[in-house]
Design a protein around this ligand. Structure first.
Ligand code: ADP
Ligand code: ASP
Ligand code: MG
Length: 422
């Protein structure tokens, strides 16, 4: 008997019929003798629907007070799906109880709409498990020190599940979703994408941070920090497939370089359309310029991603960086008002129609020529690279958004990702 955490995403919880299927699957695991904590997302489309309603009524400036209410609102989606799942389990003849984040409690900081989990009290859950109940805990939400409901950022139910698994020292955290594992790239964009049987934790972290939304990045961080065995698998297989087979399906996130690991140099391709580029032209080439520009941006709590500064000519240089698209207008306004006058230039350009495409693989550590292969493949497609950034196990390029799918497909081919590794 083991303590196992299951997480079901929005599509998996998308209708009463699907919730019934989830209940049958969970019941199968419980009847096999396991203790189960289940973390559901809101029914698909629900979080968007709720936030859409808020948008119709919101003031132009989203203050902290508005963000508080957004969390109050969005958290209801998971409360609904959790209660429905508990009811469906009871209909299966199993004892089950659901809790909202604040009831557990899952404690977070007070950063509304992007809160971080600080701690989880496992006491209540343990008492219920010991009494033979299946415990349902809402994904995506928690409660801050002052009792305000918080949410963990879009896709945050993954993080709730892994954090619960870490707190409970669960034997495994199974992330059930609408694909049957982690693929070499989003299978919706590249139909030839191949499922990975295993992916290393570091690669998963880079893929998630570079835009693969199959797992929220913080869930991967948690899994790494607390060594939570994590598997991504399909909720769309028949619920009554053999449990042992189900338990080995999907993609396992591994923590060691063991021999199971696939040995491709590049394991996956991630992409992200959420960024925008800003360039300031003709800034003086002298100490403190990067600080003047990016310090002001950081002070406004805006995250910067890729940065480049060109070589100076005649004492002047150009400075470019990317920010999240939601912060684009605000960053431009801020720079125009506060930074440009001090730099003695009024030349600023922006482009919100960019995307970032990244190749990821731990094999890149020990192989040379991988980045150049990437650049060659993009040049053969006539795709202009605007910015480049690298880490030990990834290379990212910023390109025009309209070439995103072309680039991802070309790179997928160039690195033979549609072929099983030798
Ligand atoms: P859930 O609602 O279950 O949390 P998400 O929509 O958040 O599901 O994540 C699953 C989706 O992630 C898939 O449907 C797929 O389109 C997308 N995705 C992006 N990159 C990958 C990848 N490398 N492997 C698998 N799925 C990916
Ligand atoms: N329901 C939330 C969202 O749509 C959290 C999640 O699904 O993981 O972002
Ligand atoms: Mg998700």
């Amino acid at each position: 008997m083991a303590l196992i955490v299951h997480k079901y995403g929005g599509t998996s919880m998308g209708s009463t019929e699907r919730i019934r299927n989830v209940a049958k699957r969970v019941a199968k695991w419980a009847r096999a003798g396991h203790q189960l904590v289940v973390v559901p997302s809101a029914m698909s489309g629900e979080t968007n629907r709720l936030l859409g309603l808020a948008k119709e009524l919101s003031p132009a400036k989203l203050t902290d007070a508005v963000h508080r209410e957004l969390d109050m609102l969005a958290a209801t989606g998971e409360q609904v799906s959790s209660a429905l799942l508990a009811i469906a389990l009871q209909a299966e003849g199993l004892e089950s109880v659901s809790y909202a984040g604040w009831q557990v409690p899952i404690r977070t900081d007070s950063a509304f709409t992007k809160a971080r989990i600080a701690s989880i009290d496992d006491q209540k859950i343990r008492v219920d498990l010991d009494a033979g109940k299946i415990v349902i805990v809402t994904g995506f939400q928690g409660v801050d020190e002052d009792g305000h409901i918080t949410t963990l950022g879009r896709g945050g139910s993954d993080t709730s599940a892994v954090a619960v698994a870490a707190a409970m020292k669960a034997a495994e955290c199974l992330i059930y979703t609408d694909v049957d594992g982690v693929y070499t790239t989003d299978p919706r964009v590249v139909p030839e994408a191949r499922r990975l049987k295993t992916v290393s934790f570091e690669e998963m972290l880079e893929m998630a941070s570079m835009g693969s939304k199959v797992l929220q990045i913080r869930s991967v961080e948690f899994a790494g920090k607390y060594r939570v065995p994590l598997r991504v698998l399909s909720s769309f297989t028949p619920w009554d497939i053999d449990l042992a087979e189900e338990a080995q399906s999907g993609t396992l996130i591994t923590f060691e370089d063991d021999e199971q690991m696939e040995s491709a140099v590049v394991s996956g391709i991630a992409f992200n359309r959420d960024e925008a580029k800003i360039s300031i032209l003709g800034v003086p080439d002298k100490p403190g310029i990067a600080y003047n520009i990016l310090g002001a941006v950081a002070d406004a709590n805006i995250e910067v991603d890729v940065i480049i500064q060109n070589i100076a000519r005649d004492g002047k240089t150009d400075f470019s960086f990317t920010v999240h698209r939601n912060d684009y207008a605000r960053t431009l306004d801020l720079l125009k008002a506060k930074v440009l006058p001090a730099l003695g230039t009024d030349r600023i350009e922006g482009d919100p129609r960019i995307c970032k495409v990244s190749i990821v693989g731990i094999g890149m550590r020990s192989h040379v020529g991988i980045a150049s292969k990437m650049f060659r493949s993009l040049s053969e497609e006539g795709i202009n690279i605007q910015m480049i950034s690298t880490s030990e196990i990834k290379t990212s390029v910023v390109i025009d958004e309209k070439y995103m799918e072309l680039a991802v497909r070309a790179l997928h081919r160039a690195f033979d990702l549609d072929q099983p590794p030798a």
